[in-house]
Ligand binder design. Structure first.
Ligand code: AMP
Ligand code: GLY
Length: 422
């Protein structure tokens, strides 16, 4: 069989995970990435086209005659990359700009959820600074303030400090003309990645990420310091409720749009003490670092899955998974997340483990090859070490064995990734 040529858009750990898994597929001939990183360069070829350069990506995809484009981050989807690929007849994994509004506008996502009774936190939309005080009285602390813009995970403030909440709300109104005050949900979070088109959907193993910088889930929010899967909090009973109360109604809604949704719907859940699931957020793409722990658990052909989704044929796909657990531990640059020192040489990243059913290796993120041929840091989250094993404890142990071998001046990683799941 002649394999497909695939173009991955993006340059993070998620994109390296996609490149690694796709490169192993029987259905795939070659993996291109734009702009890619040090990892995608090993799994295939990098092309220096920015992920937001829509016309540049169209030209690249046409010049390379790729069979499929897989879009990693949300911003190009919101900006209409999938719509343009559709116009030129290239299959795209990732929704059109309207579908991408589920992530592009938190208010839009709320309106969809409210219209079809999907459980989520209550909210007040504030457009006038005079209304802030009375709105804060409507909910007990902690207060959850969200800007209604794509903010790369940095648009949310959760605080018990009334002045901080007030200032965040005021800033939102001044910057954007409106801001959202949400009811606080307590419980445990889990991420469910659902690959969806109009014909059906496939739910990948639920994972849990660690958004806070420091151990014990404290410190500032980050893009994610580690993740593990499957997440035990997502019990069969919780899964059943999530399917019937959230995923089924969302699928029914999205399949009936003028242009049906084709891509990953990332369902960010809060599961309360009674096992009731609530949607904290939707994303319209794979999660990062959730992808690094999720894709290695898929045993069926990922290339075929993404292509089936891009063509609206998921119902014909046979999904299978491995009975394994996985964990990934992120190594960040000095100063992350407020700033990041980059350009430093990384040693030891070639370390990997392969012992029977236990595997561990590095997923690169903000790492590139310098003009001198050195592996150097180029972003806040530099790489992560991922372990895969028959049980979570072994997967975590393998991931730490790899990361402890890596040297990068000033770098940091959390020592307690997956502890909640152990
Ligand atoms: P979001 O970008 O909407 O996912 O928010 C980022 C993080 O803020 C989430 O992963 C949660 O940890 C927290 N968060 C957001 N909304 C709520 C809420 N309504 N209640 C409690 N925590 C929340
Ligand atoms: N790990 C959270 C996200 O991808 O949005």
């Amino acid at each position: 069989m002649n394999g497909m040529d695939v173009l991955i858009v993006g340059s993070g750990g998620r994109e390296h995970a996609l490149a690694l898994s796709l490169a192993e597929c029987e259905s795939v001939n070659h993996v291109h990435s734009c702009p890619g990183n040090a990892g995608t360069a090993i799994s295939g070829s990098n092309h220096q086209v920015d992920a937001m350069d829509i016309e540049g990506i169209i030209n690249l995809a046409q010049n390379l005659s790729v069979d499929l484009v897989v879009v990693g981050p949300e911003a190009p989807l919101v900006a209409g990359l999938s719509d343009r690929l559709n116009e030129v007849g290239i299959p795209c994994f990732g929704p059109n700009s309207e579908g991408a509004q589920l992530e592009g506008s938190k208010l839009y996502a709320k309106e969809v959820m409210q219209s079809i009774n999907v459980p989520t936190a209550g909210l007040i939309v504030i457009e006038n600074i005079d209304r802030i005080d009375e709105s804060l009285n409507s909910y007990s602390p902690p207060w959850v303030v969200k800007r209604d813009v794509l903010a790369g995970g940095k648009g949310v403030v959760v605080t018990t400090d009334r002045d901080e909440a007030f200032n965040a709300l005021k800033e939102g109104v001044l910057l954007d003309g409106k801001v959202l005050l949400e009811e606080f949900l307590s419980g445990e979070e889990a991420s469910v990645l659902v690959v969806m088109d109009e014909s059906g959907y496939v739910c990948l193993p639920a994972s849990q990420d660690h958004k806070r910088l420091l151990e014990g889930d404290t410190g500032p929010n980050t893009g994610g310091m580690g993740a593990y899967a499957p997440a035990p909090v997502y019990t069969p009973a919780v899964e059943q409720r999530t399917l019937s109360e959230i995923i089924e109604p969302m699928h029914h809604h999205l399949r009936n749009q003028a242009v049906p949704y084709r891509g990953c719907l990332y369902v960010g859940l809060m599961i309360d003490e009674n096992g009731a699931p609530f949607v904290v957020e939707f994303n319209v793409r794979f999660g990062d670092p959730e992808t690094q722990v999720t894709l290695p658990l898929i045993s069926s052909d990922l290339g075929e899955l993404l292509m089936a989704c891009a063509k609206g044929k998921i119902s014909e796909y046979d999904y299978t998974s491995y009975p394994y657990s996985s964990a990934t531990v992120v190594l960040s640059s000095e100063g992350y997340p407020s700033s990041s020192v980059t350009g430093r040489i990384i040693h030891g990243a070639e370390t990997s483990i392969e012992e029977g059913e236990i595997r561990a290796f590095v997923h690169f993120a903000g790492a590139n090859i310098s003009d001198d041929g050195d592996l150097i840091s180029s972003g806040g989250r530099v790489l992560s070490a991922t372990g895969i094993a028959p049980d979570l404890a072994l997967a975590v142990e393998a991931a730490y064995e790899v990361i402890e071998n890596i040297e990068l001046e000033g770098s940091y990683f959390r020592k307690d990734i997956a502890h909640k799941g152990l």
